[in-house]
Design a protein around this ligand. Sequence first.
Ligand code: PGA
Ligand code: ZN
Length: 450
Amino acid sequence: MFYAITDVHAREILDSRGNPTVEAVVTINHTYEGRAAVPSGASTGKFEAVELRDQELRYMGLGTKKAVNNVNTKIRDVLLGTEAINQKLIDKLLVDTDGTDNKGNLGANATLSVSMAAARAAANALDIPLYRYLGGVKTNRLPVPMMNILNGGRHATNTVDFQEFMIMPVKATSFAEGLRICAEIYHNLKKLCHERGLSTGIGDEGGFAPDLPDAFAVLDLIVEAIKAAGYAPDTEIKIALDVAASELYNEEDGKYHFQGETELRDKKRREASICDTGCDCEEEKQITRNTEEMIAYYEELIERYPIISIEDGLAEDDWNGWKELTKRLGDKIQLVGDDLFVTNTKRLDAGIKLKVANAILVKVNQIGTVSEAMEAVEMAQHNGYKAVISHRSGETEDTFIADLAVATNAGQIKTGAPCRSDRVAKYNQLLRIEEELGKVSCYMDPFHKL
Ligand code: PGA
Ligand code: ZN
């Protein structure tokens, strides 16, 4: 039977931050439909594929009418009649029609919406689950959540400079159990924040966003929450960080600036009236760290806390720093390249050759097609690097990445807190997949060899 694409249609919808994004529907043989929506980042890497925005008055410039129009005209024209059960071909046509290195022509938001919708339509036409369509017979591994429970950086307006503090239930016996453990810790963290007069408001990815003085204070609080929930830090629960250091990096002085830490220090000094005595602390400089100091900072943190993974510990251009970071920490913990690799096999290949990092964060909209994202996972896995499938800080109800995580046997997923339906939708989809896989499902510690 020939499964032909008989329609492609896009529309503009809203993401979890209230910004517009692209949703596409692909139809096969006038009968089977697949629908998908594109996520959007806030701390975007500068080497990411282009997210096409209208730059017009509506939605403060963020409209996606041009991307939508590209789907409804150019992409539709190219794909009508194409074999739908051939993801590589569909994605190649998208890449070729765009014709640039960074999807600058059609927009990665346009190409990705169709790429994902086509995969889902194909799975529907074949009447098999999406994860099985994408991964075939080898798919049975549920990812360990790398669950973000405390937000900072660009994802919140608090004083925490690191973007994400995450917990990983590595010793759970199933995904469902891991999810429950994380949710229990999350609730205990809320209770602790409340008891201490800290804000229980949340950031973009659903984690709490209180004002805290520095990473030590955050990690102390998280360890306390883990214990309060009745779990053992380190043996049962590991901690992961996403520093998103490109956001802290200042090109002018080549240093990482800790603005939140500085603000809270100054506030405390003002409260203690130190400044009234005529000292010059108001003018004291911003707290900064150079590359060496950042690495030393991480060494101290991993010495004191059960940290198993650090993402974007250094900036996206700091290849020499990354080399040193990997030399010093790469055999102790996972070092994930997000802005560094941007789900791009060229950058990943360069990183592998330079022995930089030991894992890649995979965000489908950083590259713009499902096939290219899967190729990045494959390249990583073939070279002894791990892959972590990830959401964006701006999300939708689309659960594509849950299926992708299982399809690629990635073993880890980063999809926010157990809070807000845009985050929880992915976890709930993984619960369904685990139930469906039944006896053959597998959940295991991704770091058992580290
Ligand atoms: P972003 O953040 O989606 O805002 O880029 C997620 C991350 O940095 O991992
Ligand atoms: Zn990141």
